[in-house]
Design a protein around this ligand. Structure first.
Ligand SMILES: Cc1cc2nc3c(=O)[nH]c(=O)nc-3n(C[C@H](O)[C@H](O)[C@H](O)COP(=O)(O)OP(=O)(O)OC[C@H]3O[C@@H](n4cnc5c(N)ncnc54)[C@H](O)[C@@H]3O)c2cc1C
Length: 439
């Protein structure tokens, strides 16, 4: 597998809090030779959501996951089940897909949250859900002015009324910090991603999906149908779904080379913060929140009082780059929440999200590869969107029109990033500009 980061980027990258909250799940490794209707490479939300839908539709499906269940971003994210999935601005989306395409994409963002909510309800998944929508905190007065100006657009776009909070109301609402106002969009909720993932996987298994862990696909050949090789077995399948997102390889298949860009994201979790400590900081809200910076910070007080705080990860995955990001995330956390300077940080980890050249996710058939489909590129917002994409892919591989909303923005085939395997160098100037000018 050819990959563009140093090997540790594809490893566990720290101690993930969510692993301590679930009974360790495992799936057997693939051994021997098997046949299936649909093989899925990657067992995160995209792969498992597709497998669940396929199994419910009576299609034979086998998921091949390289690590243990929930190994990728799906088992180690911030748990914000929210709007998003693209980084393209409204203007870019309108230019590329027209006003209708923009509206369709916005409707899909909203539908993706509903997809996740319905999955949780239908399969009775206990996922420690909290937060009434998502709160965006302005890091400058100018950012707050922009939020106020956007309120009407939000109302028209999503059909909900955003709540605007001026700076003087923040502390009263339990949102105390160096912020210049806030807007809450009442869409989305926070969850424990490992519990959500485990619940989906269990539902897929109950519906007869075969889930294999510790089964990295090392070869993918077209051979009438498709033949997938893992270290201890093979699968032949009529169709294949590629659901590897930020953990993708340049050569699985070659078509994928330079069409995606993995980016590291890092998270810390504290010990439970007492009510007195919360009051001292003025942050008592259970809202999931993020700030308005281009390289945003995302954070939330969880139901057990622990605080989760995440931000961009390192540009590299070397020990020195990781040490620098460890210092940086602590510095940013303490600058934003100074009263918690002495609060112990118990968990810290990183993982890979995935950017696309057109700044929109892709879901669809892989050109010139009959029977091969891919779904990836959620720009760090895939809890809802990957769950939704899995359902789109499940219909596409069956040759049927997706029952889930499938906007033009997701159908556009990704082109290639410049710089090929060195493309992550594109991130350095973008990070530098955003941080230097506090954008
Ligand atoms: C630190 C962090 C915080 C995040 N926070 C949020 C958040 O709060 N809200 C949000 O919406 N999104 C968040 N995200 C993004 C979100 O987690 C992802 O968009 C989503 O989980 C993608 O799901 P996926 O199934 O497509 O990919 P993944 O969950 O990454 O799964 C891909 C899987 O493919 C497997 N794989 C790769 N190659 C092979 C192979 N050759 N053979 C077999 N298996 C293979 C990998 O092992 C991996 O498990 C975050 C991500 C990170 C890393």
């Amino acid at each position: 597998m050819k990959r563009i980061y140093e090997a540790p980027a594809y490893g566990p990258q720290g101690a993930c809090f969510w692993a301590d909250t679930v009974t360790a799940q495992d799936w057997p490794a693939l051994t021997g030779d098997h046949r299936t209707d649909v093989a899925i490479i990657g067992g995160g939300f995209t792969g498992i959501s597709a497998a669940l839908q396929l199994a419910q539709d009576g299609v034979g499906v086998t998921v091949l996951e390289a690590g243990q269940p929930g190994y990728g971003a799906s088992g180690r994210n911030g748990g914000f089940c929210c709007l998003g999935g693209a980084k393209a601005s409204a203007g870019m989306l309108r230019r590329r897909f027209g006003a209708e395409g923009l509206a369709e994409w916005r409707a899909t963002e909203k539908a993706a949250i509903e997809t996740a909510a319905k999955l949780i309800e239908a399969h009775d998944i206990t996922a420690d859900v909290h937060s009434e929508g998502e709160t965006l905190l302005a890091h400058t007065p100018r950012a707050f002015a922009a939020m106020r100006a956007e309120a009407d657009t939000i109302r028209q776009t999503y059909g909900v009324t955003p709540e605007i909070l001026p700076p003087e109301a923040l502390r009263h609402n339990g949102l105390g910090g160096p912020f210049h106002g806030a807007v809450t969009i009442p869409l989305g909720f926070a969850l424990n991603p490992r519990k959500y993932h485990a619940g989906l996987a269990q539902a897929a298994q109950c519906a007869s999906a075969r889930l294999c862990a510790h089964s990295p696909v090392t070869g993918l050949q077209r051979d009438g149908g498709w033949r997938l090789e893992t270290p201890q077995g093979t699968v032949t399948a009529d169709r294949v779904i590629l659901a590897t997102n930020g953990y993708s390889s340049e050569d699985l298949p070659d078509w994928l080379r330079a069409r995606y860009l993995p980016v590291q994201s890092s998270v810390i979790v504290t010990r439970p913060i007492t009510a007195a400590e919360q009051a001292a900081q003025g942050w008592t809200s259970g809202q999931m929140a993020y700030d308005s910076r281009t390289l945003l910070h995302y954070f939330r007080l969880m139901p057990d009082g622990r605080f989760l705080f995440g931000m961009r990860g390192g540009l590299r995955a070397t020990p020195s780059a990781q040490a620098a990001i460890d210092r940086r995330i602590r510095a940013d956390f303490h600058a934003m929440f100074p009263a918690w300077h002495e609060v112990e940080i118990t968990h810290e980890w990183s993982g890979l999200v995935c950017l696309m050249p057109g700044l929109t996710p892709f879901a669809g058939p892989v050109p010139d590869h009959p029977g091969l489909f891919a779904g990836l590129g959620y720009h760090g917002n895939g809890v809802a969107m990957a769950s939704h994409t899995g359902r789109i892919l499940a219909d596409l591989v069956q040759g049927r029109a997706p029952r889930a909303l499938y906007p033009a923005a997701m159908r556009a085939v990704p082109r290639r990033f410049p710089l090929g395997r060195y493309r992550r160098a594109l991130l350095a100037p973008a990070y530098w500009a955003a941080e230097t000018f506090d954008l």
